[in-house]
Design a protein around this ligand. Structure first.
Ligand code: SAM
Length: 192
């Protein structure tokens, strides 16, 4: 049983693209109440259910409380944008590196479509900075956004940091909503 219907969006994306492999390290941004993390724990085997397969790592972050989940390490009451959160991630991840960054983050919707769109794009852009700190070369990023005038800006930034970027609209996402996901793969580590 999943904590939230949003699990089906990630299941759909992962069934198609097979991002979450046993042994992978995953950071789940905006993880509360924890449904995406449930999917990630199962697929990367971070609870060690399958003793034959490598054991992965799942770290979830949210401003809100995330009820405990076996196989996941949760940073409740943490802001993904806060450098202190980044420091904790570096400690929790094996070798300080993630294979996959997931983000289903969403700001509290004001109801003003453009404003909500811009806020969420700002959050997504911050994930590119987070990637520079913790994402392995070749790694992937899945991030939710609300479509709007700044979508192309986010897409461009993702395209310069990743070898492949595509737009996804899972069937489990309401047809009439502006919700979309970017799947960015083959992360290119920026040269320092
Ligand atoms: N994927 C989750 C699941 O399956 O259970 C649902 C995520 S919910 C749609 C979006 C979450 O993003 C909210 O819980 C919200 O608190 C969180 N969020 C928004 N901005 C954030 C930020 N700056 N840092 C951490 N979490 C944030």
């Amino acid at each position: 049983n999943f904590r939230c219907r949003s699990a089906f969006k990630l299941l759909e994306i992962d069934d198609k693209f097979r991002l979450l492999q046993p042994g992978c390290s995953v950071v789940d941004c905006g993880a509360a109440p924890g449904a995406w993390s449930q999917v990630a724990v199962q697929r990367v085997n971070s609870d060690g259910t399958d003793t034959e397969l490598p054991r992965g790592t799942v770290v979830g972050i949210d401003l809100l409380n995330i009820p405990p989940l076996e196989g996941a390490h949760f940073l409740s009451s943490h802001n993904v944008l806060d450098p202190a959160t980044h420091a904790k991630l570096l400690e929790l991840l094996p070798n300080g590196q993630a294979h996959i960054i997931l983000s289903d983050m969403a700001p509290n919707a004001s109801g003003f479509r453009d404003m909500d769109h811009e806020k969420l794009i700002t959050l997504c852009l911050a994930l590119i900075d987070l990637a520079a700190k913790i994402l392995q070369p070749g790694g992937s990023l899945v991030c939710k956004y609300w479509d709007g005038i700044l979508t192309h800006k986010l897409q461009e930034k993702l395209s310069s940091a990743f070898g492949s970027v595509r737009t996804l609209k899972p069937n489990a996402s309401r047809k009439d909503s502006a919700e979309r996901y970017f799947l960015a793969r083959m992360y290119k580590k920026p040269i320092k």
